[in-house]
Design a protein around this ligand. Structure first.
Ligand code: ADP
Ligand code: MG
Length: 553
C-alpha cells in the first residue's frame, strides 16, 4: 500500500498515457533526459547567479546504464536534485491546469498524439509505458538529506529517506517485458542521437563489451563508458554548417514535437547588440494556445548558459506559439529573473525579434502558398490579437491577418479587399455575429450584393473587439453592416412618403415586441427579406454582449 495517493488527475493521466501512446513509447527516454538536462541547467544557473551555491562542485553529466538480468534502465544526473517537498509537488501532482485541458481533450477525441505529452509537463510519467516500477533517488543541491521516491504508477507513491553521495537525481526504471527492448546499447544510442543529440551536457552510456580471442572464442567482457551525444549549441553554429536535419532535430527536442516545424528563422545580430535567435513555428498550433496559463515557448540563454524557459515576456502574447532560443552576449550572467522584465537589452532583442518574425511571415505569404495556408489556418487568430496589443507593428499585422469574404472563396487580405473595391466606396464593410455559413446567408448582405459591394465575413469571436479598436486600414475606415447607421451609404434615397405610411405599422410591431427590442425602424438595407435584427451603432453587438456576459460583466 502506497503511503501517498496520486492526485486524481495523475492516475487518469497515467492510464491514458499507458494505453494511448503505446506506438511511440521510445519518447520516454527523451523526456527523462530532458528533465535531467533541465535539472543541470537550473543548477548551472544557481552556481553563477547565487552566492549560496558558489561552493557547489558542478560537474554536469547525464549517465545512462542498463542491466538486462535485473531488467533495469538507469538515468542519473548531477543536477539540482529534489527534496521531499519537491518530490511530492513534481511527481505526485499535476500542477499546471493546462494538463487538465489536455486530459479532457485526449479523452474526448481520443487523439493519440504523443506531441502533447511534453507540452503539458507530464513527461516524467511517460516512463510508465516501459516500466512497472520506478525509483527516483535524489538529493537537492545544498541539502544533506537524500530521498527515494517509489511508485508502480497505479495508485500512489512512497517517499523515504535514502543515501546519495552528491547532489543530483537517479531514475531507475524497472522494465516491463516490452520495455526490455530498450535495455540495449544500440537502441539507447539511436534514441539519444535522434532526440537528445543537442542536449548541452554530455550524455554517457555505460555498457559491457564482449572480448574475443583470435579464434573467435569469447574471453570475457569489459565495461565501457562512452559519450553518445554531440552536445553543441546549434544556434551558435554558422548557418552554412547546419543541415536541415540539424534544425529539425533540435526543434523536436526543444519543441516537444515529433513532427518537423512549419519553418524556422535563424538570426545572428552583430553590432551594438550581439545576440543569436533561433525561432521555430510549429506545424500545428501548440495545444495550450488558448489557455491562460500556456507554457512559454522561448528559452533565454546568456552566452550559452541557460537562464529561463518560463518567461512569457520574451515574446508578445500574440506570438506565444513561437518556439526557440534567444542567446544574448550582452546580459550579465547573474541577471535575476525579476529584473529581466525591465531590462533594456532584452527589450531591444525582443522588439527586433518580433519585427524579424513578422517580416518572415510576410515573405512566406508572398512566396510559399502551401506553408502560408497552413500558417493562416493555425495562427490567424493569435495574429488578430496582435492588432490591439501591438500598436508599433499594427501596419505589418494588418497585412498578415486574413478574413473570409461575401464574394470570394478562401482567405482575403485587407490589401486584396481594397484592391477590388470600387473607387467611390468609402468604407471597408464587414459583418460579425455568427459562423461563416450563417453570416454569408444573412439578409443584411442583400443590399450589398445587389450593389456588388464586397463585405468581409468575420466569424472569429474576437473580431468584434479587434476591428473597432484597429481604427483604419490605410485611409479606409471599417463599417459593420450589422449595426444601425450602416445603411445610410448603401440604402436607397430616403422616401418621406414611405416613412409616413409605414409609421403605424412600425408602432404596432414595437408594441407587440415591447421590451425585447430597443427600437423598430424602417430600413433600406434589405432586398428580399422583410425584416432583420441589428445592433444599435453605439451598443455592443449580440456577439460582444455574449462575450461580455461570459466574462462576468
Ligand atoms: P516538466 O519537465 O515539463 O516540468 P515532467 O513530468 O517531465 O514535467 O517533470 C516534472 C517535474 O519533476 C519537473 O518540472 C521537475 O521539477 C521534476 N523533475 C523531474 N526529473 C527531475 C530531475 N532529474 N531532476 C530534478 N527535478 C526533476
Ligand atoms: Mg520534462
Amino acid at each position: 500500500m502506497a503511503q501517498h495517493q496520486f492526485q486524481t488527475e495523475v492516475s487518469q493521466l497515467l492510464h491514458l498515457i499507458i494505453h494511448s501512446l503505446y506506438s511511440n513509447r521510445e519518447i520516454f527516454l527523451r523526456e527523462i533526459v530532458s528533465n535531467a538536462s533541465d535539472a543541470l541547467d537550473k543548477l548551472k544557473y544557481l552556481t553563477v547567479a547565487d552566492d549560496a551555491y558558489k561552493s557547489v562542485t558542478f560537474d554536469p553529466r547525464i549517465d545512462i546504464s542498463f542491466d538486462k538480468d535485473a531488467k533495469t534502465l538507469t538515468i542519473a544526473d548531477t543536477g539540482i536534485g529534489m527534496n521531499e517537498q519537491d518530490l511530492t509537488e513534481s511527481l505526485g501532482t499535476i500542477a499546471r491546469s493546462g494538463t487538465r485541458a489536455f486530459l479532457e481533450k485526449l479523452a474526448e477525441d481520443a487523439k493519440k498524439d504523443s506531441n502533447l505529452i511534453g507540452q503539458f509537463g507530464v513527461g516524467f510519467y511517460s516512463a510508465f509505458m516501459v516500466a512497472d516500477k520506478i525509483d527516483v533517488i535524489t538529493k537537492k543541491a545544498g541539502e544533506d538529506q537524500a530521498w527515494k521516491w517509489t511508485s508502480d504508477g497505479k495508485e500512489g507513491y512512497d517517499i523515504e529517506k535514502a543515501q546519495r553521495d552528491s547532489q543530483g537525481t537517479t531514475v531507475i526504471l524497472h522494465l516491463t517485458e516490452e520495455g526490455l527492448e530498450f535495455a540495449n546499447r544500440w537502441s539507447i544510442e539511436d534514441i539519444i542521437k535522434r532526440y537528445s543529440n543537442h542536449v548541452a551536457f554530455p550524455i554517457y552510456l555505460t555498457f559491457e563489451e564482449k572480448k574475443w580471442d583470435d579464434k573467435g572464442k569469447e574471453t570475457g567482457s569489459e565495461t565501457k563508458t562512452e559519450r553518445i551525444n554531440s552536445g553543441t549549441a546549434i544556434w551558435r553554429q554558422a548557418k552554412n554548417e547546419l543541415k536541415e536535419e540539424d534544425y529539425v532535430e533540435f526543434y523536436k527536442q526543444i519543441g516537444h514535437d515529433s513532427e518537423p516545424p512549419l519553418f524556422y528563422l535563424h538570426t545572428r545580430a552583430e553590432g551594438t547588440l550581439e545576440y543569436t535567435t533561433l525561432f521555430y513555428i510549429p506545424e500545428k498550433a501548440p495545444f495550450d494556445l488558448y489557455n491562460v496559463d500556456y507554457k512559454a515557448g522561448v528559452k533565454l540563454y546568456v552566452k550559452r548558459v541557460f537562464i529561463t524557459d518560463d518567461d512569457k515576456e520574451l515574446m508578445p502574447t500574440y506570438l506565444r506559439f513561437v518556439r526557440g532560443v534567444i542567446d544574448s552576449e550582452d546580459l550579465p550572467l547573474n541577471v535575476s529573473r525579476e529584473i529581466l522584465q525591465q531590462n533594456k537589452v532584452l527589450l531591444n532583442i525582443k522588439n527586433a525579434s518580433v519585427k524579424k518574425l513578422l517580416s518572415e511571415f510576410k515573405t512566406i505569404s508572398e512566396n510559399n502558398k502551401e506553408k502560408w495556408e497552413t500558417f493562416v489556418s493555425q495562427y490567424n487568430r493569435p495574429l488578430k490579437e496582435g492588432l490591439y496589443q501591438d500598436f508599433t507593428n499594427r501596419e505589418a499585422l494588418q497585412e498578415l491577418v486574413r478574413f473570409k469574404s461575401s464574394s470570394e472563396e478562401g482567405w482575403t487580405s485587407l490589401a486584396d479587399y481594397t484592391g477590388r473595391m470600387k473607387s467611390d466606396q468609402k468604407y471597408i464593410y464587414y459583418i460579425t455575429g455568427g459562423d461563416e455559413k450563417t453570416l454569408k446567408a444573412s439578409p443584411l448582405l442583400e443590399a450589398y450584393r445587389a450593389k456588388n459591394i464586397e463585405v468581409l465575413i468575420m466569424d472569429d469571436e474576437i473580431d468584434d473587439i479587434v476591428i473597432p479598436s484597429m481604427g483604419k486600414y490605410k485611409d479606409w475606415e471599417f463599417k459593420a453592416v450589422n449595426r444601425s447607421g450602416a445603411d445610410e451609404e448603401i440604402g436607397e434615397k430616403k422616401d418621406k412618403n414611405a416613412e409616413k405610411e409605414i409609421k403605424p405599422v412600425l408602432e404596432k410591431i414595437k408594441n407587440a415586441l415591447g421590451d425585447r427590442v430597443k427600437d423598430v425602424k424602417l430600413s433600406r438595407r434589405l432586398h428580399d427579406s422583410p425584416s432583420c435584427i441589428v445592433a444599435d451603432e453605439n451598443d455592443p453587438t449580440i456577439q460582444m454582449a455574449q462575450m461580455l456576459k461570459a466574462m462576468g460583466q
